[in-house]
Design a protein around this ligand. Structure first.
Ligand code: OXD
Ligand code: MN
Length: 595
């Protein structure tokens, strides 16, 4: 008998009616040699047993049950705390399909390297099979996958971040198609760590990291890299965007999708609490998603979006009663914290929490400021979205929500104004394509370095950016009722190095202007780079801005913009003949006007 098939006996029962799934599990087991196989059903009992197992072996430490019931602390290996972009590959048959924006390896070489790492790696461990669905289980926009992992921490996180277990398996068996994700934490050796994507095979192999972005394969690997490839073939978009509903005093809700690079405030914007005067006037904010957005044109020509995730894997540092009270309320119970510090009474703690004091740092050492921050700058919380007080009633709508505006935004200390609007869809695609932002701790490498991060997808687009921009442009077709496109910059600084804009809840003022523009009720002034709010149309009453800030936020630096567009032109040229000519000419026209 085939060695692979011997994995299906009394000890390793067949658990699916889908032959291709059983076969893949058997082949993987034959390669990785686990002691046992567990098919996850997603039940409460299963979760409780896994949590108990991890508590018993010290993987999870219980937090203060009075202040944070049913919540856990996980301390990762100190070398495994963020995404590893330099070790992340797209293995397409043709190198040009992956594009200059991705590291590439041939599929044969990718499999060879990964299979060598996976050989025998699960000896002494349990192999978990996690069927999951990205998106509401009954949504035509949702897509399914199966992750095989040897990490119970991954199982517990996938349970919070996706619709996982029996219902997902039932959908997979009905559809017969699923993304295959194979993961092992391996020996956590940074020199034996790779995250590889095989988009033509709808498969992922990830070895040597337990960190969320590398190991929860439903998230970045499936819902962005593989899904962006699938979306191009099937006529939709898989984006690194939050989705938020803004309800005005008339009770109308506009849904906005916004792309910001990792750790640039997507979670805060998605959970925004309106300023007091707006609250009194009846404004409300509804959270649909904080990281990923799948959109496709509906019959009425509008774009409809779902959040493929079921939970938040949010950055803890900076989360406070002031910056994001909804997030704090969300993570008050049933939350897994990763790499945060703890107080003397065992509550989770991080820089910017503005309450309590750290006693032990993220590595479990007595806190000593000489060792650096108490919580790792990329420490995280994993929690079900259903716990969020502002969770939208439409978040589980299988048809998704109609999108009124798309927002791009980077972290730019200078040049880029608080807000501007794109003239039309083509200009909007250029605005997204030319996004720049300073790097953050969400990926290993230098922090604070300006880089081009088109549509906040630099680390996540599973194919050539030139083809991706062409795909975006293709949505502008007869009958389309596309959202307006905007660009924001919450991070502009004054000459004294301080942020000019207070951000957080006050960002609603900027969203209000966008909505007024969508409804045709606000004016705009045209500059070469886009449309800016007409004087007085951005509501600033009641906002305590420092003298000159309101002007400085919109200050137009002609020489700076010329330099910016020269760089953007050169950047787009790097993609060669695949770059859509219309994008190059649009950038050129702007440069000419600036000159
Ligand atoms: C994330 C990221 O975790 O973008 O969402 O890194
Ligand atoms: Mn993200």
């Amino acid at each position: 008998m085939n060695a692979a098939i011997s994995y299906f006996d009394e000890k390793h029962p067949v658990a699916s009616r889908l032959e291709s799934l059983n076969r893949w599990v058997a082949e993987t087991a034959a390669l990785t040699q686990p002691d046992s196989i567990h098919w996850c059903d997603g039940s409460e009992e299963e979760n409780a047993a896994l949590l108990r197992l991890m508590q018993d072996d010290g993987t999870l430490l219980p937090l203060n049950p009075d202040t944070h019931p049913d919540s856990w602390l996980y301390r990762s290996d100190p070398s495994d705390v963020a995404r590893v972009e330099h070790l992340t590959f797209v293995c397409s048959r043709d190198r040009d399909d992956a594009g200059p924006n991705n590291h590439w390896m041939s599929p044969a070489e990718g499999h060879r390297r990964m299979d060598a790492l996976f050989a025998g790696c699960m000896r002494g461990r349990t192999l978990y099979v996690i069927p999951y669905c990205m998106g509401p289980i009954d949504s035509p926009l949702a897509r399914c996958g199966v992750e095989i992992t040897d990490s119970p921490y991954v199982v517990a996180n996938m349970r919070l971040m996706t619709r996982m277990g029996a219902s997902a398996l039932a959908r997979i068996e009905k559809e017969g198609v699923f993304v295959k994700g194979l993961h092992s934490t391996g020996e956590l050796d940074p020199d034996r760590r790779f995250i590889m994507h095989f988009p033509e095979e709808l498969s992922i192999k990830s070895y040597g990291s337990g960190y969320g972005g590398n190991a929860l394969l439903g998230k970045k690997c499936h819902a962005l890299r593989i899904a962006s490839w699938q979306a191009r073939q099937e006529g939709w978009l898989a984006e690194h965007m939050l989705i938020v509903g803004i309800e005005n005093p008339r009770g109308e809700i506009h849904y906005i999708a916004a792309a910001f690079p990792s750790a640039c405030g997507k979670t805060n914007l998605a959970m925004l609490i309106p300023p007091e005067s707006y609250r009194q006037a009846g404004w409300k904010v509804w959270t649909v998603g904080d990281d990923i957005c799948w959109m496709r044109p509906g019959e009425d020509g509008r774009l409809y979006a779902i959040n493929p995730e079921a939970g938040f894997f949010g950055v803890a540092p900076g989360t406070s009663e002031k910056s994001n009270p909804n997030a704090l309320a969300t993570i008050g119970h049933d939350t897994i914290f990763t790499n945060v510090a703890v107080t003397a009474d065992n509550q989770p703690w991080w820089e910017g929490l503005e309450a309590g004091q750290p006693s032990k740092d993220w590595q479990g050492r007595d806190f000593d400021p000489a060792n650096g921050p108490a919580a790792h700058p990329n420490s995280r919380f994993t929690v079900s979205a259903r716990q969020c007080p502002s969770y939208s009633a439409r978040a589980e709508d299988p048809q998704g929500v109609p999108i009124s505006a798309i927002v791009f935004g980077g972290r730019r200390a200078s040049l880029v104004p608080l807000v501007f609007e794109a003239r039309d869809w083509t200009h909007g695609v250029l605005v997204g394509a030319s996004m720049g932002s300073e790097t953050t701790a969400a990926a290993t490498g230098d922090v604070g370095v300006m880089r081009r991060d088109p549509m906040a997808m630099k680390p996540f687009c599973g194919y050539n950016f030139a083809d991706y921009f062409a795909h975006w442009l293709s949505f502008d077709r007869p009958g389309a009722k596309l959202p307006k496109v905007f660009h924001v910059n919450w991070f502009r600084k004054g000459e004294d190095g301080r942020f000019l804009w207070p951000g957080f809840g006050e960002n609603l003022r900027v969203l209000e202007w966008m909505i007024e523009r969508v409804e045709g009720r606000a004016g705009a002034v045209e500059l070469p780079v886009g449309l800016l709010p007409e004087n007085g149309e951005l509501r600033l009453q009641g906002l305590d801005l420092a003298d000159g800030s309101a002007e400085a936020l919109f200050d137009f630096d002609l020489a700076g913009w010329k330099a910016e567009f020269e760089q953007v032109g050169a950047y787009l040229q790097e993609y060669g003949s695949r770059m859509p000519p219309i994008l190059l000419s649009e950038a050129n026209e702007i440069l000419k006007t600036l000159r």
